[in-house]
Design a protein around this ligand. Structure first.
Ligand SMILES: Cc1ncc(COP(=O)(O)O)c(C=O)c1O
Length: 385
C-alpha cells in the first residue's frame, strides 16, 4: 500500500535530496548534538534574540498571558494583546491597519489566495518563497513569473498581459531568502503605478534587521508609504513566532473576512504575541550597532568567498555559496559540520535544480574571525571532490 512512497523516498536518497529531522540542543550561537559543539550558521535568528535567555527572563517577569488561545481569531482567539500589537505595527509603518497571522506561511498563502481569483493576474519574482507560490496556485489566478530581479522583464509581462485581467498584483520578497539579494522597491512602485497593480512586499528576512527602526527594506529604501501591503514575520529576526501584514484598511478588512488560514486555524497564544510586542518595543530599538555589525561581517565574508573564486550572490546577512550538484552541497555540509560549523545543504525544491548551495545565515553576535575558516573548508572540499 505504501510502496509508492517508499520508492520516492529511495529516489530522493539516491539524488542526495532526502531530508530528516534532527534533535538539537541550542545555547546562544551554538548548537549541541551528541555532546559536540557547533557554531550555528543555519538559523534565521539574525539578532540572536530567540536564544537570548536574558531577554526571555526579563520578558517573563512581566508576562501574565495564556499559553493557548483555544479558538480561531474570529471566535475568541483574538484578545487585547493582539489588538495592541496590531495597533503598534500600523503606527510604526504609518498604515491604516495591521493584521497578525500564525506564521509567514499562513500569511502569504492566505493573502494571495484571498486577494486573487481566476479573473486576476499575479506578477511574481521567479525566486519568491513557496508560501507565496502556494497561495497563488490555490487562487487559480494567472501567474506570470518574471526573471529574478529583472524589472525590464516584469514590465514586458505587464505590458503584454495586464489589461487581460481584472486585478493585478506584483509580489516580491525584499531580502531573498536563499540568495540574499535585495529587491528595488522604488522601481516596483513605479511599475505598479504605471500598470495599475497592487504591490505586496514580503519582508520576512528584513523585518528587524534593515532600516533605521528595523522596519525592513521598505524603510531603508524610504518607500513604506507607497507599498500597498507589507508582510513581516516574527519567527526570524524577532525571535518569536507569527507574522503580520499592514496596509490599506479595506485590504485588511477583506482578509479578515476571506483569508482561510486566519479563519480556520487556532490563533497562536497570547504569550507569543506579547513576546513579539516586547521585542519590537524594548529590544529592537537598542540593536542599531548589532544590525551594522551583521552587515559588516557579511561584506568581509563575501570578499573572502570572491577571493577564493567561490560563487556567491547578494549583499545582505544571508550569504549563499552556490555549488550546483546536490552531492557537492551534501559533501561540503558534512565537512563543515565535521569542522564545527552547523551549515546544512539547501537543495531542490527549496532552490532551482542544479543550484544546490550552502546558505550562511549570519548572526549579529558571530564575529568574522569565528567564520573566517568557512570559505577555506568549502574550497578545499570542492577541490578534492
Ligand atoms: C520569504 C519568506 N516568506 C515567508 C516565510 C514563512 O515564514 P514562517 O517561517 O513564519 O512561516 C519564509 C520562511 O522561511 C520566507 O523565507
Amino acid at each position: 500500500m505504501f510502496e509508492r512512497y517508499k520508492k520516492e523516498l529511495q529516489e530522493l536518497k539516491q539524488n542526495f535530496c532526502d531530508r530528516k529531522l534532527i534533535s538539537l540542543k541550542k545555547a546562544g550561537k551554538y548548537i549541541f548534538e551528541d555532546n559536540k559543539k557547533y557554531l550555528n550558521l543555519s538559523s534565521n535568528d539574525y539578532l540572536g534574540i530567540a536564544e537570548d535567555r536574558k531577554i526571555l527572563k526579563n520578558f517573563l517577569k512581566i508576562a501574565d498571558f495564556s499559553m493557548g488561545s483555544a479558538s480561531s481569531r474570529l471566535l475568541t482567539g483574538s484578545s487585547y494583546v493582539y489588538a495592541k500589537l496590531e495597533c503598534l505595527l500600523a503606527a510604526l509603518y504609518r498604515k491604516e491597519k495591521a493584521l497578525i497571522f500564525n506564521s509567514g506561511y499562513h500569511a502569504n498563502a492566505g493573502i494571495m489566495s484571498a486577494l486573487l481569483t481566476k479573473k486576476d493576474a499575479v506578477f511574481c519574482d521567479k525566486l519568491n518563497h513557496a508560501s507565496i507560490l502556494d497561495g497563488i496556485k490555490l487562487s487559480g489566478a494567472a501567474m506570470f513569473r518574471y526573471k529574478h530581479l529583472d524589472y525590464e522583464h516584469l514590465e514586458e509581462l505587464l505590458q503584454k498581459n495586464r489589461n487581460d485581467y481584472e486585478t493585478a498584483i506584483i509580489v516580491t520578497e525584499s531580502v531573498f531568502s536563499m540568495d540574499g539579494d535585495i529587491a528595488d522597491l522604488n522601481r516596483l512602485i513605479e511599475l505598479k503605478n504605471k500598470y495599475g497593480a497592487i504591490l505586496i512586499v514580503d519582508e520576512a528576512h528584513a523585518f528587524g534587521v534593515y532600516g533605521n527602526r528595523g522596519l525592513g527594506i521598505a524603510e531603508e529604501q524610504n518607500c513604506i508609504h507607497d507599498i500597498d501591503l507589507i508582510v513581516g514575520t516574527f519567527g526570524k529576526a524577532i525571535g518569536s513566532m507569527g507574522a503580520f501584514c499592514t496596509g490599506h484598511e479595506v485590504l485588511v478588512n477583506y482578509l479578515i473576512n476571506k483569508c482561510r488560514p486566519l479563519i480556520f486555524s487556532t490563533a497562536i497564544p497570547e504569550i507569543n504575541i506579547a513576546f513579539s510586542y516586547y521585542v519590537i518595543t524594548e529590544v529592537i530599538p537598542n540593536l542599531k550597532h548589532e544590525r551594522k555589525e551583521l552587515i559588516k561581517t557579511s561584506v568581509r565574508l563575501r570578499e573572502k568567498l570572491s577571493a577564493l573564486n567561490l560563487q556567491t550572490t547578494g549583499c545582505s546577512h544571508i550569504v549563499p555559496v552556490i555549488l550546483g550538484e546536490n552531492q557537492t552541497a551534501v559533501n561540503v555540509s558534512k565537512e563543515l559540520i565535521n569542522n564545527g560549523y552547523y551549515l546544512l545543504p539547501v537543495r531542490h525544491p527549496t532552490v532551482a535544480p542544479n543550484s544546490a548551495r550552502i546558505r550562511i545565515s549570519l548572526r549579529a553576535d558571530i564575529k568574522y574571525d569565528e567564520l573566517d575558516a568557512v570559505p577555506d573548508i568549502i574550497k578545499a572540499t570542492i577541490t578534492n571532490c
